[in-house]
Design a binder for this molecule. Structure first.
Ligand code: HEM
Length: 473
């Protein structure tokens, strides 16, 4: 194609087809809002390695320049272009791309993700405040830690009897944790909330295009909103909805309209936890370091406190590198909301832009190092400054739940590792020259046995009720 209104190169016809085959089709068929394990196991296992080498080939051929691809989407294959674009205001380079809108509108029409203009800024402010973005631990840290410790304890009780820990129990555990952190302790066993959300995510996987999708989504969303509203009225001050009750926000922000995304996002915690456990199994020296830090943190600091969390920077780095190796959000898409420019080239309003985050993280441009598990890269600050590593994205559209999410995963890993040892049973990630580009977290399973030397989880005191708004240190 020659008639693009700018001077970035355009993929030729074969390259567009290949891009659809190795990137677009697997992403869509594997489930964008809700993983379809079978489709993903086959498609991504086959295409993830091919996708990385293919995009590397395009990057070399076109000198790393932004590249017009299928559907008139601009592909950013270099970290410097990703940096430039993701740093722009999210009101101009908006995360609310057409496909995200089609996927998520049925579930969260008032969510930050789909918001634009000045309303987006105000919703972003609310999200940052309530989710404690840029605070290493959430305000309700001790309450959240107690929830996680209790839930991990329950799962471990059974795992130690059967000798096995696998994905389904960890998934259900994080569903319970997510409901309690978001909605309050009373929501622990309210599986209907998760079922409604799952139904909405399934419709989203089909971009709301199945016959009758609108009607079904509206019905599910109304029931979900009713339940969220009921928990907000109870106002468990330790929960995210409870912490919003005294915030001075005007009605158009629709604080409770943010909650479906938060509940959905807690589904990302389990996969990262499983992968971190698998990596620690494969890298015994990292495990020893994690256990040493945990012992020191437990000896000198109150569990669930900021000091306890900060005494374990290596474990935080393990989590970040697990999230980097297999980004849960593999593609960051944006759409321009006005005529603008990128790298000095004019872009029309409505231009779709794709940052293939999984590719950037594993590209040969980063060297073989990119395919290794190296938590140290997060300790030196090198990874934080690297715009190829985007597990939580960066810039104004980045994840405001990052710090809360890392905290909850760290607490879960602490609770698992204090009490038990985990040996990979199958689909362990391996070591060797390079870690595989694809990892099926739903297939990870561990042989579990009691760790004899450490204190039992039942010794962890459950803190008294403290309000989310009162505890930030
Ligand atoms: C391991 C856990 C998590 C990962 C890997 C993750 C990853 C991400 C990524 C990559 C984005 C940006 C997408 C883009 O740029 O298009 C994002 C956005 C977002 N995340 Fe997370 N997330 C996690 C946990 C959470 C949690 C726990 C919450 C809330 C409770 C949350 C709330 C959000 C929200 C509200 C956005 C939209 C931000 C915006 O549009 O400005 N996330 N997340």
């Amino acid at each position: 194609m020659t008639a693009t209104p700018n001077n970035w190169p355009t993929m030729n016809g074969w390259e567009k087809i290949a891009t659809l085959m190795v990137h677009t089709v697997p992403s869509v068929a594997g489930g964008t809002l809700m993983v379809r394990p079978r489709a993903r196991s086959i498609l991504h296992w086959l295409t993830d390695p091919a996708m990385v080498s293919y995009f590397d080939g395009l990057r070399r051929k076109y000198h790393g320049l932004p590249l017009w691809g299928p559907g008139g989407t601009l592909y950013l294959l270099s970290s410097s272009d990703a940096h430039e674009m993701l740093s722009q205001p999210a009101t101009v380079f908006s995360p609310a791309s057409a496909e995200k809108r089609a996927m998520a509108e049925g579930m969260q029409p008032d969510g930050l993700l789909l918001s634009g203009g000045e309303l987006r800024d105000r919703r972003r402010e609310l999200n940052d405040e309530v989710l404690d973005y840029h605070h290493p631990v959430p305000r309700a840290a001790s309450s959240d830690a107690a929830i996680v410790a209790f839930e991990v304890g329950e799962v471990l009780d059974s795992a130690l009897v059967t000798g096995r820990l696998s994905w389904p129990s960890v998934k259900r555990m994080f569903d319970r944790i997510g409901r309690q952190v978001c909605l309050g302790r009373a929501a622990r066993d309210d599986e209907e909330v998760t079922e409604l959300l799952t139904a909405l995510r399934r419709e989203g996987n089909w971009f709301g295009r199945l016959p009758g999708a609108r009607r079904r989504s509206d019905r599910c969303r109304r029931r979900l909103e009713d339940r969220i509203g009921a928990y907000a009225t109870r106002a468990d001050s330790r929960s995210l909805v409870g912490s919003m009750s005294d915030l001075p926000v005007d009605g158009s922000v629709r604080p409770l309209g943010q909650v479906p995304h938060w509940l959905m996002a807690t589904a990302l915690l389990g996969p990262v936890t499983m992968r971190a456990l698998a990596l620690l199994d494969s890298y015994p020296r990292s495990l020893v370091r994690v256990l040493d830090d945990l012992e020191t943190a437990d000896r000198f600091h109150r569990r669930g406190s900021k000091d306890h969390f900060l005494a374990q920077p290596y474990l935080t780095a393990v989590i970040c590198d697990a999230a980097r190796l297999w980004p849960m959000v593999a593609n960051l898409s944006r759409v321009t909301t006005e005529d603008t420019s990128l790298g000095g080239v004019e872009l029309e309003s409505g231009t779709s832009i794709m940052v293939p985050a999984h590719f950037l993280a594993r590209s040969q441009a980063r060297g073989e190092e990119a395919n290794r598990f190296v938590p140290e890269r997060w300790l030196s600050g090198e990874a934080q400054d690297n715009w190829a590593y985007l597990p939580f994205s960066k810039g104004p559209g980045s994840c405001p739940g990052r710090d809360l999410g890392i905290f909850l995963i760290q607490e879960a890993l602490n609770s698992f590792l204090r009490r038990a040892t985990f040996r990979g049973r199958r689909s362990v990630v391996g070591t060797g020259e390079g870690l595989p580009k694809f990892n099926a977290f739903w297939n990870l399973a561990f042989t579990v046995s009691e760790r004899v030397t450490t204190q039992s989880l039942t010794d962890i005191p459950v803190p008294a009720a403290v309000g989310r708004g009162k505890e930030r240190s």
